[in-house]
Design a protein. Structure first.
Length: 342
């Protein structure tokens, strides 16, 4: 009677073979996730358009070299509101450490030499990126106005002015036309968007890009707590349009619960190195390490598979099937994404 191997050895043999064949089957996706993770983390790597990153040296000598902290700007806003109040109200800044910008960066566009330059500048003055692309030569086709459309002519998705809840966010996002300031505005000396506008030409010169007319398309809102002596307010200030809005701090909507699923998906899409070391910076290091390990795992797996002669034929068939499926699915996704971008 031939000797049969123990059950646990037979099970481990199946597990090892399954690990091998599933690894070959998922090889293209492992490499894809590794490479795209690296690209997410490094916007200037293998860019499809001229792109450059800049840091504090490129911002030296510009108004963005030394940017007031959110608490300092909030204190300026409170002081200006106190001076404008009639009858006088003793506005005071509350918990200045909670003052913050709603986004980490401001954005500007420059049209020069037939190209459109998109400039991202971190509000902390740590740096940013410049991305260049050709200016579209043909005007977009006119869009028929829907019979049920209401309003129009202003920035899409703009905020409500003073007294509203959104504080007049320009353009409703990171891109869009520069908003028109209302008649009554609150302007500070050298606000954030003017600092960005003054710094962009210097940054372009030092990074080797042509200069032109600078348009700051978006800056983040500033939120902070302020008291009038009887009530605490959650205030939102937009320096670009000069709007101030607020609501009682007690009436602020509760923060969205960060569910396990949202936490995991947001971790997967979090990428890039912030201007200073923090948890996000170290997470970016892990993303780079995972990108390297996944590519190494995929490539080294081929060598390990080839060393086992008994698995070469089946492994080759699985690998051909995997590559063929990846090419087919990649072509299909390219067609779908190209259609949605038109």
């Amino acid at each position: 009677m031939p000797h049969r191997r123990p059950l646990h050895k037979r099970v481990m043999h199946v597990v090892r073979r399954g690990h091998l064949y599933f690894g070959l089957l998922l090889l293209p996706w492992a490499i894809l996730y590794g490479v795209t993770g690296f690209l997410f983390n490094h916007p200037t790597a293998f860019a499809d358009a001229p792109t450059a990153a800049f840091g504090r040296p490129e911002l030296s000598g510009t108004p963005m070299e030394s940017v007031p902290s959110p608490a300092e700007v909030a204190n300026q806003v409170v002081t200006a509101l106190r001076s404008r109040a009639n009858p006088p109200v003793g506005y005071e800044l509350v918990q200045p450490e909670r003052a913050k910008y709603t986004r980490e960066a401001a954005f500007a566009t420059v049209k020069a030499d037939g190209r459109e330059l998109n400039v991202l500048v971190e509000v902390g003055g740590n740096g940013g990126t410049v991305r260049s692309r050709p200016t579209p030569q043909t005007a977009p086709a006119p869009v028929e106005k829907a019979p049920f459309a209401i309003g129009g002519g202003g920035p899409k998705g703009g905020g409500r002015g003073p007294g509203g809840e959104k504080g007049g966010r320009p353009g409703g996002g990171e891109k869009g036309p520069r908003p028109t300031a209302p008649a009554d505005t609150l302007s500070l000396e050298l606000p954030l968007h003017d600092r960005v506008k003054a710094a962009v030409p210097t940054v372009l010169e030092r990074t080797g890009f042509p200069s032109g007319e600078v348009t700051v398309t978006s800056v983040p809102d500033l939120t902070f707590l302020m008291t009038d002596g009887t009530k605490t307010w959650l205030v939102t200030y937009n320096a670009q349009v000069g709007t101030v809005s607020g609501r009682p701090a007690d009436d602020a909507p509760p923060a969205d619960d960060l569910s396990t699923r949202r936490f995991l998906t947001r971790m997967h899409t979090t990428h890039g190195y912030p201007g200073e070391p923090n948890a996000k910076w170290y997470w970016a290091v892990v993303v780079d390490a995972m990108a390297f390990v996944m590519v190494f795992w995929g490539v080294s797996g081929i060598f390990m598979w080839w060393q086992i002669k008994a698995t070469r034929l089946v492994g080759f068939l699985v690998l051909v099937l995997s590559v063929g499926a990846a090419v087919w699915l990649g072509s299909g996704m390219h067609e779908v994404l190209s259609a949605s971008a038109r």
